[in-house]
Structures are given as structure tokens and as C-alpha cells.
Design a protein around this ligand. Structure first.
Ligand code: IDP
Ligand code: MG
Length: 150
């Protein structure tokens, strides 16, 4: 089953949107695999956003993600990466479709509330970066057969 890393970023936590985000992923049918509420240090922030090093917004991005606690989660399901990105919306909130989290609750790219892995390979890398193997819960739901075709 495909897995993706989701972070409710510091602005989402401060604005009381952890429950809103979890609720949307649950209603979509995705299955929660792991969750932890943590204050992110510089080392983890820099590894997580390594692809953006050198860009103009990089320093601000590291300051943003380390500024307050985040809710880190792993969700799984068929096409979990694409499904979560769709529910989250485009990077720029004003380009996000109505009904997405970033559209419904955000205005600025530097305060866009949620991180979600962008490709299945990124999902694998990010899940391994943020969670130890024994923090990932392997479980089944009674409803799985009504959400997952196979
Ligand atoms: P994503 O979060 O939708 O995958 P990325 O392009 O990977 O978007 O950028 C990572 C994060 O960096 C964004 O979610 C946003 O918080 C921040 N960011 C991206 N572009 C800008 C920018 O132009 N100004 C400020 N922050 C930005
Ligand atoms: Mg990205």
C-alpha cells in the first residue's frame, strides 16, 4: 500500500487545524499509519527540505517549519500520494481548487498549512526520515473492504 508523509505545519497547529486536516484524510478513506507531535530541529528541517537549499525562500522556509510544533503523520492507501496532494491543494493557496485545505484555510505560499509528499519515491524517503520502522503501525480496519477494492 502506498504511503505518504503529511505535516500539519506550525501555522496549521497554531490555528487549530490539526483535527480539520485529519478529518479530511479520514473521510477520504485513507488509513493512518503513524503520528507524532514534535518541535522540528534544524537538522531534520534541512534534510526534509534539502531540494530547496539555495532558493530565495529557503531560509524563511526553515525558520517557518522550526518555529513551532508540527503534527507529523503517515497515511496510506491506493495512490495515497496523489490523493493527499489533491486534498491538500496546490502549493500556492490562491491557485488551489475550492474545497482543498490550502484553498479553504490559507492565502500565502509561505503559510500554506500542510506538507505532503509529492511522489511515491519522495513518500518513501520522507516516511523513513521522520519515523522509525517500529513507529509505523501495521493494521486493518473493518471498513477497509468498502474503501479499498483489493
Ligand atoms: P509543496 O509543499 O506544495 O510540495 P514545494 O515547492 O515543495 O511545495 O515547496 C515547499 C514549501 O516551501 C511550500 O509548501 C511553501 O511552504 C514553501 N515555498 C515554496 N515556494 C515558496 C515561495 O515562493 N515563497 C515562500 N515559500 C515558498
Ligand atoms: Mg514539495
Amino acid at each position: 500500500m502506498e504511503r505518504t508523509l503529511v505535516l500539519v505545519k506550525p501555522d496549521g497547529v497554531q490555528r487549530g487545524l490539526i483535527g480539520e486536516a485529519i478529518s479530511r484524510f479520514e473521510r477520504r478513506g485513507l488509513r493512518l499509519v503513524a503520528a507524532k507531535f514534535i518541535k522540528v530541529g534544524n537538522e531534520l528541517a534541512e534534510s526534509h527540505y534539502a531540494e530547496h537549499k539555495g532558493k530565495g525562500f529557503y531560509d524563511g522556509l526553515i525558520a517557518y517549519i522550526t518555529s513551532a510544533p508540527v503534527m507529523a503523520m503517515v497515511w496510506e492507501g491506493p495512490n495515497a500520494v496523489a490523493a493527499v496532494r489533491q486534498t491538500v491543494g496546490s502549493t500556492k493557496p490562491v491557485e488551489s481548487a475550492p474545497g482543498t485545505i490550502r484553498h479553504d484555510f490559507a492565502l500565502e505560499v509561505g503559510r500554506n498549512l500542510i506538507h505532503a509528499s509529492d511522489k511515491p519515491e519522495t513518500g518513501e524517503r520522507e516516511v523513513a526520515l521522520w519515523f522509525k520502522k517500529d513507529e509505523l503501525v501495521d493494521w486493518a480496519r473493518a471498513v477497509d473492504a468498502w474503501v479499498f477494492e483489493k
